[in-house]
Design a protein around this ligand. Sequence first.
Ligand SMILES: [Zn+2]
Length: 163
Amino acid sequence: MRQCEICKHNLVDPVGRSNDIAIIFEDFTAETYGGQKIPEQFGYYLLRTEMGKLGVDIYQARVTSMWLHAPIKNFDDAQWNFQQAILEAMGTRFVLLLGSGATKFFLGKTATAISGIPMKSDLLGAEYVVGTLNPNSALAGCNGEVILGIQQFAKLVRERRNK
Ligand SMILES: [Zn+2]
């Protein structure tokens, strides 16, 4: 198992393989979500369902997190973790950010402020960066805004992917 280079915690590995789509949760660690692995979490299920309706297969996306272990208050550790997310998204054309922890870092805005709107990030080379709320969060999980945000992203992928 891979470990954090700073604090030596075991890491949750990203899932999925992709050349062009990256999905970055603000946090999806098993410690935070009752020991559930990523594909068992509600947010992943919601993504799979909503993207699937629009013909985009979640397995064609690399799914990762800002934090690969439970978040801790340590600047160097945060930097190392966030750097891993940037590396995972490197070379992708479409990036979906889930939760304000991710949208604030990559876009400087809260998830609510920019939900579903395609943007650019100085930290990511992607052509399209869309943010929305974290579907794993109890407050956002059954919220129409999060579903619309995911759908906007999936539409963008479907329409622009082969262009
Ligand atoms: Zn660490």
